[in-house]
Design a protein around this ligand. Structure first.
Ligand SMILES: [Zn+2]
Ligand SMILES: [Zn+2]
Length: 294
């Protein structure tokens, strides 16, 4: 009898569940979980709604509501859809649960204490009218690559990931003002430190699907860059360090911890340690578009 940990990509709580979520992730994961339970294996299958980040904050601003209200509305809808499709999750949590905050902050602090997260001053867009920094989707402008209208973090037309300060004619999404560039201290994860061990892991892991391996190997060939882990905004998990007031952990720097915090919540409820499953056989079900973040 094997212990199997099954995680499913977290649906983002700014819209209802759609067929793509079910087809790409939840139904295949559910088939796999049910098969393994029938075969006599012990399965722990978890998921959660991903509730931080600028899209939810921007939507809340537009509706004159708090981000947590927007997230709760879509969390409830998503749970209803998942239940009506009888997806057999052992636990379905939220990244706004207290246990998720605790584990994410501990994880961040652990990496910082090990020297794997460091501070650096970078330039960011700041709206003097709204008196706030404009991370990611708080700013819109023109893509410097293809000339199309683009959001601060991404151009839908050419698919390029953008840094907001690269945008031509940037505009504050909230007030339409032209932002200025200001210095801001942010925290970076030393991803470059893991170049060698990741090359080793990715070339020798027999379980990786070929498209995932190719994708990751191409990325490794370009050389891993350190990764910005924080944002200047209110909505999110506060950075657990002195002097970091007003900064939150970037949503992609904590959302994936939702697999573990959802499992930890299950352990609290059942009294069964989730770590035995995590240290057993782990299978992640994700969409192709988020290989990068996993
Ligand atoms: Zn573009
Ligand atoms: Zn503004």
């Amino acid at each position: 009898m094997t212990k199997i940990f099954i995680s499913c990509a977290l649906p983002y709580a700014n819209g209802p569940c759609h067929l793509g979520h079910l087809r790409s992730t939840y139904i295949p994961a559910d088939i796999y979980a049910r098969y393994n339970r029938m075969a006599g294996n012990e399965v722990l299958m978890v998921c959660a709604t991903d509730e931080h980040g600028t899209p939810i904050a921007v939507k809340a601003d537009a509706e004159g509501k708090e981000p947590i209200e927007v997230a709760k509305r879509y969390h409830d809808m998503i749970v209803e859809d998942i239940n009506s499709c009888d997806i057999s999750f052992d636990n379905f949590a939220r990244t706004t649960d207290e246990i998720h905050y605790q584990i994410s902050q501990n994880f961040f602090k652990y990496l910082y204490d090990k020297g794997l997260i460091y501070e650096e001053t970078i330039q960011q867009l700041y709206c003097e009218n709204c008196e706030k920094f404009l991370p990611d989707r708080y700013v819109e402008g023109i893509c410097p690559v293809c000339g199309a209208e683009a959001r601060g973090d991404h151009c839908e037309v050419c698919g390029r990931a953008l840094d907001p300060i690269e945008l031509v004619e940037p505009k504050c999404l909230t007030c339409g003002n032209t932002p200025v560039i200001r210095d801001s201290i942010q925290y970076f994860f030393k991803l470059s430190h893991f170049q060698k061990p990741l090359e080793e892991y990715i070339s020798t892991n027999p379980y990786l699907p070929p498209n995932v391996r190719n994708y990751a190997q191409n990325w490794l060939k370009e050389g891993l860059q350190d990764w910005i882990m924080t944002r200047d905004m209110k909505w999110g998990i506060p950075v657990p360090l002195e002097g970091a007031e007003g900064k939150v952990i970037y949503v992609w720097g904590e959302a994936f911890i939702g697999y573990m915090s959802s499992a930890a919540a299950w352990s609290r409820r059942t009294g069964i340690p989730w770590e035995d499953y995590w240290n057993g056989h782990v299978v992640h079900f994700i969409g192709q578009d988020i290989i990068y973040h996993h």
